[in-house]
Design a binder for this molecule. Structure first.
Ligand SMILES: Cc1ncc(C[n+]2csc(CCOP(=O)(O)OP(=O)(O)O)c2C)c(N)n1
Length: 314
């Protein structure tokens, strides 16, 4: 085990996870200001979930990839031996190590920012964000840092993760598969087909964390197509379901660490606030999905907010 450098398992302090999550929010805000646009509310809602997964739940080895991401080398095919995925940022593939499948890939900026805070990506990695020929995509894809599959068409990753989990079980591997999803993906039919398949194959080596921020691209979930009662629906589909405060690292980690062998998927519905840590964002409700500042005044307000957050962090 030591050769692959397992980084998560000794329990970090909740305070450490909170501090990393706040740093992720600051970095995403800074990037949103510099680019006048970004998926900012996703950082507010998911920062603790992703930080808890990386620091407190998943068994991952050290990054296998350079701090400055490699350029895009083409899509995988039998004719392209150079293609690669971004999974190496999550460590090597090994039977006893976990795999991470990142599904709502418009959250990519949040994941890149977390990888930077964790030292798995260099601090300048965002310079290549959304540039032609770069893997640091606006909408992440399989070659993007921290990503293993392409899932820009939402709700595909859960099916791919289920297949990976089944294959791992058949091979006798002890590592688990962790999936991060957004609540909007539960408006998609493929998600429910995937859960039916997970139940049918009694797949217990998979854990799914859902950022239930009650938002999607057209506004509040309930105003588009409600998904509740999500926990009851998932239980009816055979999953073990926990609902937790998605900003509380201990509450987030508890279901994952709680028990040993399972014969059903674990789902943690993390109830989150899409404005957490950036109260100013509430003024933009009900549409929070993508933030572009509308005026010089708004731009200046958020610059000041970033400065305040930086000072508070010192
Ligand atoms: C299959 C598919 N349908 C629609 C979209 C367009 N789309 C992009 S993001 C998004 C909202 C998804 O909901 P969620 O991730 O919960 O929104 P957020 O919390 O980020 O606001 C949609 C519908 C897509 N990418 N894929």
């Amino acid at each position: 085990m030591e050769e692959v450098g397992i980084q998560a398992h000794a329990q970090p302090q909740a305070a450490q996870i909170r501090s990393v999550a706040d740093a992720v929010r600051r970095r995403v805000l800074e990037h949103t200001l510099n680019n006048n646009g970004g998926y900012l509310s996703q950082a507010c809602s998911s920062a603790e979930i992703l930080a808890t997964l990386y620091l407190g739940i998943m068994r991952l080895g050290s990054s296998q990839e350079p701090l400055v991401p490699r350029p895009f080398a083409g899509v995988p095919s039998s004719d392209n031996p150079h293609a690669f995925t971004g999974a190496g940022y999550n460590g090597p593939k090994a039977p006893e190590l976990d795999r991470f499948i990142f599904s709502p890939v418009h959250y990519a900026l949040v994941l890149y920012s977390l990888l930077i805070e964790l030292g798995r990506l260099g601090p300048d990695a965002l310079d290549a964000f959304n540039q032609d020929g770069s893997t640091v995509e606006l909408i992440g894809a399989e070659h993007s840092p921290g990503h293993e599959v392409t899932a820009g068409s939402l709700a595909q990753a859960i099916s791919q993760a289920g297949g990976i989990a089944l294959a791992r079980r058949l091979r006798g591997e002890t590592g688990r598969v962790w999936v991060f999803m957004s609540d909007g993906e539960f408006q998609e039919g493929q998600t429910w087909e995937a859960f039916a398949a997970l139940a049918y194959h009694r797949i217990g080596n998979i854990g799914i964390y859902v950022d239930a921020n009650a938002q999607q691209c057209d506004g509040p979930m309930d105003a588009v197509m409600g998904i509740e009662p999500l926990a009851e629906r998932l239980r009816a589909f055979g999953a073990e379901v926990h609902e937790v405060d998605g900003h509380d690292p201990e509450a987030l980690a508890a279901p994952a660490l709680g028990s040993g062998e399972r014969d059903r998927p674990l789902v943690v519905i993390a109830r989150t606030d899409p404005c957490r840590g950036l109260e100013q964002l509430r003024e933009r409700a009900p549409k929070l999905h993508y933030v572009r500042f509308k005026s010089d005044e708004e731009f200046a307000t958020y610059r000041t907010l970033l400065e305040t957050l930086r000072q508070e962090a010192c």
